[in-house]
Design a protein around this ligand. Sequence first.
Ligand SMILES: Cc1ncc(COP(=O)(O)O)c(C=O)c1O
Length: 500
Amino acid sequence: MSVSRISGTLSAEETARTEFLRKFPEYERTSRIDALRASDYGRLDALGQIYLDYTGGSLYGESQVRQHLDLLTRHVFGNPHSASPASIATTDLVEEARAHVLRYFNAPPTEYAAIFTANATGALKHVAESYPFSDRSQYLLTVDNHNSVNGIRELARARGASVEYAPVTVPDLRIDRARLGELLGKADRAQHNLFAFPAQSNFSGVKHPLELVEDAHASGWDVLLDAAAFVSTNRLDLTALRPEFVCVSFYKMFGYPTGVGCLLVRTSALPSLVRPWFAGGTVNFASVRGTLHVLAPREAGFEDGTLNYLGIPAVTIGLRHLESIGQDTIPTRVGCLTAWLLEKLLALRHTNGRHMVRIYGPADMTERGGTIALNLYDPDGHLLDYRRVEELAGLEGISLRTGCFCNPGAGETAEGLTDEDMQAGVEEGPAITLSRFREIVRQRGGKSAGAIRVSLGLVSNFSDVYRFITFTESLRDQTRLTMGDVTFDVDACRVLRDGA
Ligand SMILES: Cc1ncc(COP(=O)(O)O)c(C=O)c1O
C-alpha cells in the first residue's frame, strides 16, 4: 500500500469534511482545539502522525513541557522531607498540585483526600491492601474492568472475602442492571463491602451509569470508581457522586508527566483503611527498640517514600492546560468524530457485499465515549490478524492499540468466549499467554482473543479519523494471505519483534 493510496486526494478529504460538518455543525464550536493543535502539537502534522491511542495515553502540549522546564531551571528543588529552602519550595508545589487536583474534581478537602501515587494502578493497590476486607465481606466488580481492578480480588480473597462479578450484556457491553441489583442486594450491611466499576470502559468506550454509586451506597456498599479512562475526555464532579475511592493516571488526562497518579479517598472512609506496613515518609513516629509506629494522618500516611516531587508540579500545569480548553469542548469534539467514525466503519463492505468491520459495544453515541473496539474480517468472514493490521497501520503513521487492553472480561464477553474456550486456555497451565490463547480460540471456531482499539481525545481532528477510514478501506478484499505475516508479537504487554 502506497502512502498516496492511503492519503487519497485532498479533495476527497475536503468533500468528506464538508459532509461531516453539515452533519455535526457543533464541531465548529470546538475550533479552539484546531488552534491549539497547530500551536502546541505541531509535531503531529509535521511528522504525518495519526494518533489514535488516547485511552492508552493522552498527548502533551509543547507549552506544558516548556513551562515545566522553565520552573525546573529557575528554582532549586530538594527532597520535600525537610525544612530547608529547597525542600520547602518543593513542598509548596506538591501541596499546590494536590489542592488543584481536589478543585478540578470538585472535591473539597473536608470531603476528600488526594493521595499521589505512581499511576492509577498504584492507587488501586492502596485500596487492595488497605480496604478492611474480612471473611464476611464481599468484593463485587463488573466483568468490564481493567486488570488492576480485577487484581484486587486476590487480596480480597486472601482475607476471606467473597468475590463476585456483575455481568455485562451483549452486544452493547453495558452492565446488566437487573443482575447487578440482585448482587448489590446480597450485602451484609454490618460488614465492609466494596463495589468497583469503571466510569468509562477502556475496552468498548461504554460510559457506565454514574448513578450506580448511589445505588450501591443505598445497598450498603463502599464504591471504588475507576475513572482512569473517563477523565481523559470528561470532567468528573465528586461532590455530585461521592464514591469512597477514585483512581486516575495524569498522563491519560494531559500526556505529561508520566509516573504520577492519584487516589481520591473520601475522608469519611480514611479511618477504616488499614495500611499493611509503614515506610519512609508515612509515619509521624517510628521506633526500632519500641516496635512502635504511628502513621501520619490523611495523604501522608499513604505516600510511601519520596514522591515524584519534580513531576508533580507538572500536574498543576497539565490541569491548567485542560481548564484553558473549556469543559465541554473536548467531549463535544470527540463525540462528533466518534459518531462519524462509527457510521463509516459500519458501512464498510467488501466487493461481495460482506461487512469488513465488527464493532464491539455500542454502535451509536448513546452513553459512550471516544474509544472503539473492533475487528476486521476478510470477504469470507474470516478474522484478520489484528497484529498485522496494527503493523500495516503503523506503516501509514497510524498509532492504534491491539490486544485485550488489560480488560479480559469485556473482551471475553464481546467475543462470546465460552467456559469451554476458557477451559482450553486453563489446560495450558502456566505456559498460557495471550498469544497462545489467541491461537487456541482461533482454532476453536475462528473467534478472537483481542481486538483493535482506536481512541480519540484531546487534539483529535477530522483528518485523523478520515485517514483511519481510508486506511481501513485499503483492506477491502484482503485476506490473511494477501495481507502478509505479522512480524511481532506481544506478551505481558511487551512487544516482541521477530529476531529480537
Ligand atoms: C480504565 C483503566 N483503569 C486503570 C488503568 C491503569 O492505569 P495505569 O496503567 O496508568 O496504572 C487503565 C490503563 O489503561 C485504564 O484504562
